[in-house]
Design a protein around this ligand. Structure first.
Ligand code: PLP
Length: 424
């Protein structure tokens, strides 16, 4: 029986309407920028396998670290226990973040990293005896699929059935050249109530909303406003972290830094499931007391899994290598040239780039939502060209692994331009 038939019998896929979905692609091998299917076809992984892969698949250095760790400590409980790779990772990640980031809480994925940041903010004020409960978020945000993360994300068709169970949040509009002053005024008005415990944003790039980009200047002003009014700021760097924006973290573009950050995806080079919530000593200290109830009573079976921590440390080693940053700079340059080339097509609009992410919208007069026809058409067209690209509605974007070479990038570009020309 074909793998996809066996899959159909027992597997329930993410974001999939199984009644209408076609057979899943049977990927049987991954190496470098390539994914290989069961028939021997290869595909360039142009979206880095849901934005996680940093250095290409099957990187030998990552593999060695994983193998070595397996025979050292595969897993251990983390309550009341520590291990060298968790400590090393906490030391090395805090070294790379602004200096007030000193404490690291481990979890398994981006949603949990966000969820923990929310719980830290809520309990911080609770422990201090301060009555502040409201959160500010941005329209169009995606912070994950757990309840806290959904409560602060864009409300709509993705999470409609769950909405009655969400907690209330206030939203500001996504900032544009035209509305940015109004957006800041609204934020300030809300903050002035004194009711706001925290604010969460995807810094500079909203991923799932369609790689929508806004400036670090705006973000600086928004964060400063929050800080001026005693509001704790969370940067959800789950997607933007680890080189995507051209710097290691999006916050590296900013002057005003957040109080907490959520990291995942590129944290482990896209190889292991790991999430980190990183914050300051000042926030951590609000949880220190004689009473156990003041502690953050939260944990996961796989908290600080040693295999994931070892891989994350190896990932940081690779970020210390010049060739990784050369790879990032190459993608930035190729994206710039590609953007220029895209400008000649009348059906292409809103061409935007932040570092290694290049995005643009295709307008053919049809539906522009996540479920647009273009999305499916483009996905299938690119597969035939040997490129795996998952558009977001009518937004096409590239954010490849940093090891992609000029020829491979050109293949992605050619496939996209051929698709655009075919659309007319
Ligand atoms: C900005 C952002 N936050 C959180 C998440 C959730 O991460 P995960 O899918 O690992 O739960 C994502 C996932 O795409 C994301 O892009």
């Amino acid at each position: 029986m074909k793998l996809s038939e066996r899959d159909k019998a027992h597997v329930w896929h993410p974001f999939t309407q199984h009644k209408t979905a076609g057979d899943p692609l049977e990927i049987v091998k991954a190496e470098g920028v390539y994914l290989f299917d069961a028939s021997g076809n290869s595909y360039i992984d142009a979206n880095s396998s849901w934005w996680v892969n940093t250095h290409g698949h099957g990187h030998p250095y990552i593999g060695e670290a994983l193998n070595k760790q397996f025979y050292t400590i595969d897993h251990t409980v983390f309550a009341g226990v520590t291990h060298p790779k968790a400590v090393e990772l906490a030391e090395r990640i805090t070294e790379r973040l602004p200096s007030h980031f000193q404490k690291v809480f481990f979890s398994d994925n981006g949603s949990t990293a966000v969820e923990i940041a929310l719980k830290m903010v809520i309990q911080y004020w609770h422990n201090k005896g301060v009555d502040k409960h409201r959160f500010l978020a941005m329209n169009g945000s995606y912070h994950g699929d757990t309840f806290g993360a959904m409560s602060l994300g864009q409300r709509g068709y993705f999470n409609k059935p769950f909405e009655p169970y969400f907690f209330d949040a206030d939203y500001i509009d996504f900032p544009t050249e035209e509305n940015r002053e109004e957006v800041l005024e609204k934020a300030e008005k809300l903050f002035r109530t004194g009711d706001f415990a925290g604010m969460i944003v995807e810094p500079m790039v909203q991923g799932a909303a369609g790689m929508r980009m806004y400036s670090s200047d705006f973000l600086d002003r928004l964060t400063r406003l929050a800080h001026d009014h005693g509001v704790l700021v969370i940067f959800d760097e789950v997607m933007t972290g680890f080189g995507r924006t051209g710097e290691l973290f999006a916050m590296d573009h900013c002057n005003e830094k957040p109080d907490l950050t959520a990291l995942s995806k590129g944290l482990t080079a896209g190889v292991m499931a790991l999430g980190l919530t990183v914050t300051s000593d000042a926030i951590y200290e609000a949880f220190l007391a004689e009473e156990t109830t003041k502690a953050l009573l939260h944990g996961h079976s796989f908290t600080a899994n040693p295999l994931a921590c070892a891989v994350a440390c190896a990932n940081l080693d690779l970020f210390d290598r010049k060739e990784t940053w050369k790879g990032i700079r190459n993608i930035v340059d190729w994206n710039e040239n590609f953007a220029t080339s895209l400008a000649k097509y009348s059906i292409i609009q809103n061409i935007r780039q932040q570092g290694t992410i290049l995005a643009f919208d295709v307008f053919t007069g049809g539906d522009a939502t996540y479920f647009s026809d273009i999305k499916t058409k483009a996905y299938e067209y690119f597969l035939k060209c040997g490129v795996l690209l998952r558009p977001l509605g009518n937004t096409l974007f590239v954010n490849p692994p940093y090891c992609i070479n000029a020829e491979e990038y050109k293949k992605v570009q050619d496939a996209i331009e051929a698709f655009i020309q075919e659309l007319g």
